[in-house]
Ligand binder design. Sequence first.
Ligand code: ZN
Length: 320
Amino acid sequence: MTKRIFLRLSVAVLLAMGMISCAEKSEKSGGEEAGKEKSSAKIKVLIIDGQNNHNWVATTPLMKDYLEKSGRFEVQVSTSPRPDADEAAWMAWRPAFAKYDVLLNNFNNEKGSQWPDEVKRSFEKAIEGGVGLVNVHAANNGHKGWGEFEKMTGLLWRSKEEGKRYVLDADGKDEFVPVGEGPDAGHGPQHEFEVVTRDQGHPITKGMPKEWRHSLDELYHGQRGPAENMTILATAYSAPEQKGTGANEPMLWWIPYGKGRVVTCLLGHVGRDDTEQMLGIKCVGTMNIIERSCEWAATGEVTLPVAKDFPTKDEIRLLK
Ligand code: ZN
């Protein structure tokens, strides 16, 4: 073999290798910039529902469709037994939490029912082992008295006797209110309000407007809990004229739990039945936050873009 032929062959082999490797990358990541192995496979999401004082029958498919349309997720649903279900139904409900990359929590216990201890332990173990968790709206109302869930969620719908409160003052500084002081968890009448992005460097909120207009929703205030290791990503001002607290109430935050990342988004109210228009969750801002939170909780990075029709400072944007 002459030197020249050898050189040509080497170049051909290198080119072929390069082409193969490019083809693999573009097939896996849909032509986007090739990322780490974890960012190229579809993220496995499990939506948990079955009980909620909000219309979970309508919101689960809405979130499932939105996530799947992004092309980034593969979504399964686990529907718990109803609160009055018999022992056999509860014994049969054993979701394989650890098999997923992220759990999307659309569950709020009804009539004081509790998950079986075995299910609680497997949930805790999964998050601790690195499965992500995203709580939406009333999901933070649930599981009263389940200490580990309360720890990973940070702030919950509880009375002032059941935990401290964490808000931001007028200057955006942390303000902790002790147990027993200040308001209980609550909300005023539903209204449109401004959401303020407090951490524009975080992957979930990066690129979102500093202030944006949210559609008709409940503005939760006075949320209570352990509030440890919380990073607040967005707040909303709870106006006294809307029977609010006059504080900047957390709307979106995250907490590490073992190797897992837990994101809680309080936006996303809908009524109990389908007579309401579900404007809280049909806001493009809410849905974009949910999908980006799912991606980040699962992988630690966000490749999904900020929605092109994301709400602006003055304009509400609803899903079409
Ligand atoms: Zn609600």
